[in-house]
Structures are given as structure tokens and as C-alpha cells.
Write a protein that binds this ligand. Sequence first.
Ligand SMILES: [Zn+2]
Length: 457
Amino acid sequence: MLLRGILAGTALLWGVALATPETYATPEAIDHDSADPKTRESGTLRLRPFSLGTPAAASLYTTPPTPSPQDADTETDGPAHQLHSRPVSAKSGDTLAGMLTDAGVPRGEAIAAIDALKPLFDPRRIKIGQDLSIDFERDSPIGEDPGRFVGFVLDVDYAREILVARAATGDFSAEEKEKPLVAAAARAEGEIRSNLSLDGSKAGIPTPVLIALIRAFSWDVDFQRDLQPGDRFELMYDVFYDESGTLVHNGEIQYAAMTLSGIRRAIYRFEDKDGFADYFDEKGRSARKALMRTPIDGARLSSRYGNRKHPILGYNRMHRGVDFAAPIGTPIYAAGDGSIDRIGRNGSFGNYIRIRHNSEYSTAYAHLSRYAKGMRKGKRVKQGQVIGYVGNTGRSTGPHLHYEILRGGRQVNPMTVRMPSGRSLKGEELASFQKGREELDQRFAELALDIMIAGED
Ligand SMILES: [Zn+2]
């Protein structure tokens, strides 16, 4: 109740305050073993640095700062060789060459420097707002002339930058650097009052993280129907800080749980032995459910997806589904969990059912002789549940099921579409998943303790 009080009372305030650096604990300020809760501030978001698990990634994010030309700044070399940088930000219509020459770089040198950059970065890909730091060297600290152009640093994204530097020979060379970042975990939680997007952002969850949260649960939860006021959500995701302690990137959700009408569903991120990361429940079952490619038993594939001569109309047309020939009355299964969003006569499709599985996938079933008992618009169905029976209704040359998988509202080939897996982890992978899951649970619990203590202040 205490937590709910905090959430209800000040969630919005935090959501706003999160944009300011004071609200986020800087990585340096976080003490793993601090026993003094008063050093932490309260909030729905808690942060804690942690290793990313893989040695490669860990080293990536803990690389000590690399001195770059602009770090040398004006005082290092004395008046003989003063380095200084001009920071510029790409505006609409800017080209990299234009940005360099505008800053005082001679055109020929700008082109030579960009040529060195090209193998690592296509200069046409420069985006509005992208930062560039242009480095010069001069003998006198004062003067209109920027001095000798010695290179530039191009900010690629939150994790990478490219250094272009001029050697003593005058040639330019380019090198990509990983920026030194500190990884931390952020915890957020809240209660549903209206919908997850609104209540999630009130709890301080950044929009891309919210979208990822909805996507991860979309096979299990119909966000338009299943959420009730009082349902709860909680999650922990990666955040990355630069050297100055500024939040520069929100990363992957590592753990999330939704408690809907008292039923809790938790998912954990896990990278399998092939390096493919996905979400799994406590038992190591994939949070993604596969759709059945053949939602019928003992049927013969009688027409494939693609161009064909139409058996009745006689001309070539695109067949946007697959046909399974089967006797009238053969049961047809729901290809996956979902809800019926269309049922009834549908022109040449005859008796027709369409199931919405999540925001991305639907499946459709045509030419049915009849529907299974209880089927109606809005009805929830489980994968493998009988929804209807093979027939010959609509424009059909013989009893068959016409089956479509729709992705983003467009038909895709059910036989070849790359389907989300419905797999379960086994053996060593399962053991490794369970170990990782326990660590995530523990980390999340530690962050929770911080909130409780902070709330009692
Ligand atoms: Zn067909």
C-alpha cells in the first residue's frame, strides 16, 4: 500500500523530473554496498550499475576514457601548439564537407578527411542534430584564423564515435572508438489506471522501453482487452551513462512482470547459445508463441501461396494464402492464442473467421462449412482450439480450407514466414537461463528494497 501511495501521489512528478540530471543517480554516486538509505533518493526508478554478463560486453562498457584531440584542449602543449575544437551540430541541408568548410577547414583538406572517413561512415548518412567536433592546431591562442586543421570527431551514436586525425605526413586516417559508458539497471513499476502507455510513462518509463514491454507481452496479453484498473506492472531495464553521468541510452528490458486480474506473468531476457536474445517465462518457455503453419490435421496442401491460374476465373492472380484440401467437416484449429475479430460471410471467402493474435499478427480461415460452437466476434481462443469446420462456401472448387497469415495487415506466405518461436529451453541452456533469472530477480529485489526504505523517510 505504501508503494501504491507513492506511485499514485507523485508518479507524474517523477516522470517529469526524470529528464533532469539531479533525479538520476549518477553512476559514480551509486554505492553498491551503501547501508545508508538516505543517500538515495526516492522514486519509481532505481538505478544500480551492473556488469552486462558477457566479458566482451563488459569490457566494451568499462573502457577507460580515450584521450581524443579535443581533450587536449588549449593548455596542454603550451603556446607552440595549441589544440582547440569547434563543436558543430548538423542542421537541415548540411553536408559534412559544408560543416567542415564553414568552420574554416580548407576545401581540399575537408575532402581528404572525409575520404578517410568513408570506409567507416557514409558521409551522406549524416543526420540533423548529429554532433561533430572539429579540431585545429595553432601557434597563437588569439586570432581569427582557426589554425591548421588536424581532424575531427564524429558522434555516431550513444556508444560510438569516429576519430579522423591527420598524421605528421599530412595524410588523414579514421578510427572508430567505443565511448566509455557505464551500464546500470533501472527499475520502474506502477498500477494500471487507464492504460499501460499512459500509466507507464507516468511511472517514468521511456517510450521505446514501453513499446518493447508491450511487444514482449503481446503474445500473452491483449492490451486492448485484458488490462483492468488495479492491474500492475514492473520491470527492470538497462540504462547507459556517459562519462559525465548523463543518461545517453535506454537499453533492453531484462525483466518484466504483469499482474492481470491477480495472475502474474513474468518474463526474463536470455541470450541463447547462438547469441539470439529473447524473453522466457520462469520455466524457460519462450514468451513468443509460434503460429501453426498448418491449422488442420491430415489435410493435403492443394494450392500454394503465390501467382497461379485461378481455377474458376481462369486468369492469373495472386493467391494470398494456402489451401488445404480436406473433407467437409474436418476441424480447423486456431493457429495461435488470440481473439476473433471477424466472423461471418465474407464474399468469395464464404464463411470466414479472422483471429487477431497480437498487434502484429492475424490469421484468417475461409470457405468454412460452419463455425464451432460459441464462436463470435471478440471471443478469446487458444492455440489448437477448434474454431470451425472445412467447407465449400464462397467461391470454391471443392472442400478446402483457405488459410492466411497476416502480418501488419498484409498477407504473408504461411509456409515460409519467419515465425516467432514457441520453444522451451532445455538442458544446459535451461540451467544457464535459471541462473541468470535468479540474478535478475535478486537485482530487482535489491532495487525494490531501496524504494521501500526511501518511502519510509
Ligand atoms: Zn485459397
